[in-house]
Design a protein around this ligand. Structure first.
Ligand code: PCA
Length: 215
């Protein structure tokens, strides 16, 4: 059966004029194969509003799979995230000026949630298709981790049939003209996300293959 996949991307933050997560996921809106049909929505880089918008998008699209995507400037690879932690600890203010420090996202909630996506399979499929990719074990403590934790909390409490998770992506080249930082082309990022959607639609379970990090 064809699976409905909801992708989300963020609006630009931290003085950037684009966010590659939104640039990429908006290209996937309406994409269909025998296995998937994709819808995309934009999420504000704002604590609290981000989660409200995500919940509304889930309600609107009734997806089988939710993949939230965010920019991780400085990373060299596409990085499916393994774990979301119950901590908001912002180094910079969000797009509406709030900067939570050492706050629990869900007071009294579990310290962490695991991803619900087959991230090792997704990562190896990306690499087989020539895309630099690696599993990540931290989504940070800013709005991306906040959205990821909120997504997993929503799934655990309200919609356990949904498979959900988070993927961080590098800058795109136009963002690095004046920076010493790695980037990946938008085409490659779009291809990586398409692979993630199809792989998540094919497999509920991950493989048990080596892939951990040494540090
Ligand atoms: N990246 C930020 C928030 C929005 C985005 O695209 C993060 O990694 O938290």
């Amino acid at each position: 059966m064809r699976k409905k996949v909801l992708f989300t991307g963020f609006d630009p933050f931290d003085q950037e004029t684009v966010n590659p997560s939104w640039e990429a996921v908006k290209q996937l809106n309406g994409f269909e194969t025998d296995q998937v049909i994709i819808a995309s929505e934009q999420i504000p880089t704002v604590f609290r509003t981000a989660l409200d918008t995500l919940r509304q998008s889930i309600h609107k699209h009734q997806p089988d799979i939710v993949i939230c995507v965010g920019q991780a400037g400085g990373r060299m690879q596409v990085t499916p995230e393994r774990v979301a932690i119950n901590l908001a600890d912002a180094r910079i203010p969000d797009n509406e000026g709030s900067q939570p420090i050492d706050e629990e996202i869900v007071p009294g909630g579990p310290a962490a949630y695991w991803t619900g996506l087959p991230i090792k399979r997704i990562t190896s499929q990306m690499k087989e298709n020539g895309i630099p990719a690696a599993v990540s074990y931290t989504a940070g403590t800013f709005v991306c981790n906040y959205l990821f934790y909120g997504l997993m909390d929503h799934i655990h409490r309200m919609s356990p049939h949904i498979h959900g998770g988070f993927i961080h992506i590098p800058y795109i080249p136009e963002q690095t003209i004046d920076k010493t930082a790695p980037s990946l082309s938008l085409d490659m990022i779009v291809k990586a996300l398409r692979i993630a959607a199809v792989t998540a639609a094919q497999y509920d379970q991950d493989t048990k293959s080596p892939g951990g990090a040494l540090h």
